[in-house]
Design a protein around this ligand. Structure first.
Ligand SMILES: NC(=O)c1ccc[n+]([C@@H]2O[C@H](COP(=O)([O-])OP(=O)(O)OC[C@H]3O[C@@H](n4cnc5c(N)ncnc54)[C@H](OP(=O)(O)O)[C@@H]3O)[C@@H](O)[C@H]2O)c1
Length: 259
């Protein structure tokens, strides 16, 4: 067997379909890029049309098959409608990546109900609704991969975890519940846990180099994360070779969490 065909057997996503929320920016964009390059017909889902089109166009120019759906995942009707639009583009997804997320960081005393509700809606309810919509079909077809993106703050209080940390803790529990429900039918459900990655989500910190450096120093590798650091972990979790890995929270954080 050639090296190429052996690697394909483990990791190829040829013939698969993928939906990546938050696929227009940061970690989600890097993951969507990786899945599309590994062969999956991929749909990106987020609000901003310009970023969606730019990401899809760049990948299409490389020969990947990529479409996009503009949707606001903070409302339940928005999620339901967007799911059907994605199906219209590529059919039922075999791979669902929930990377869309928001981190509003009011101090606990000022954390009002609107921030709480919006955080839960985007970070937790949308992944639940998309899992509910697509998980049973994956189980019926005998193959599925659900990948959530959580946070250090699911595991420790850290820089005003507030509602965000709660939503991410719930997301990791959701992965375990989904894994319990569908793994025996070939649908694995896992979470990738980033450390600190300088993206739009925390762009505010770019102007605070001392904090950025202090965060890098807390890792073992000695640098903060890059969106590209998630590419191979996502391809692994999306592909055929990870069929016995389920319900797990996998830290891609340069050792941040164990230092
Ligand atoms: N960066 C980090 O250090 C870090 C650390 C731990 C965890 N994470 C998690 O990683 C995931 C990706 O974050 P990132 O750092 O890559 O941030 P990012 O660059 O800001 O990307 C967030 C994505 O979510 C989309 N999104 C936000 N609100 C949405 C809504 N209401 N409806 C639909 N899409 C929405 C955004 O597009 P639109 O704004 O156009 O909608 C964008 O595509 C998040 O779940 C985040 O919590 C990040």
């Amino acid at each position: 067997m050639s090296t190429h065909s052996y690697l394909s057997e483990l990791f190829s996503l040829d013939g698969r379909t993928a939906l990546v929320t938050g696929g227009s920016s940061g970690i989600g964009r890097a993951i969507a890029t990786a899945l599309a390059r590994a062969g999956a017909r991929t749909v990106l889902m987020a609000r901003g049309k310009e970023e969606l089109a730019a990401t899809a166009d760049a990948l299409t120019a490389e020969g990947c098959q990529v479409g996009w759906v503009s949707a606001d995942l903070s409302t339940r009707p928005g999620v339901h409608a967007a799911a059907e639009e994605a199906v219209a583009l590529v059919g039922e997804p075999d791979i669902l990546v929930n990377s869309a997320g928001i981190n509003l960081r009011p101090p606990m005393d000022e954390l009002d109900e609107e921030v709480w509700d919006r955080t839960m809606a985007v970070n937790l309810t949308a992944p639940y609704l998309l899992g509910r919509r697509f998980g049973p079909g994956m189980a019926e077809r005998g193959y599925g991969r659900i990948i959530h993106i959580s946070s250090q703050q699911a595991h420790r209080a850290f820089v005003r975890s507030g509602a965000y940390g709660v939503s991410k803790g719930g997301l990791e529990s959701l992965a375990r519940s989904q894994a319990e429900a569908w793994s025996s039918a070939g649908v694995t459900c896992n979470t990738l846990v980033p450390g600190f990655v300088l993206t739009r989500l925390n762009a505010r910190l770019a102007g605070d180099p001392a904090t950025v450096d202090a965060l890098a120093a807390r890792t073992m590798v000695g640098r903060n994360g890059l969106p590209e650091d998630f590419a191979s972990a996502a391809v692994f979790l999306a592909g055929p070779g990870s069929g016995y890995v389920t319900g797990q929270s996998i830290f891609v954080d340069g050792g941040f969490s164990v230092h």
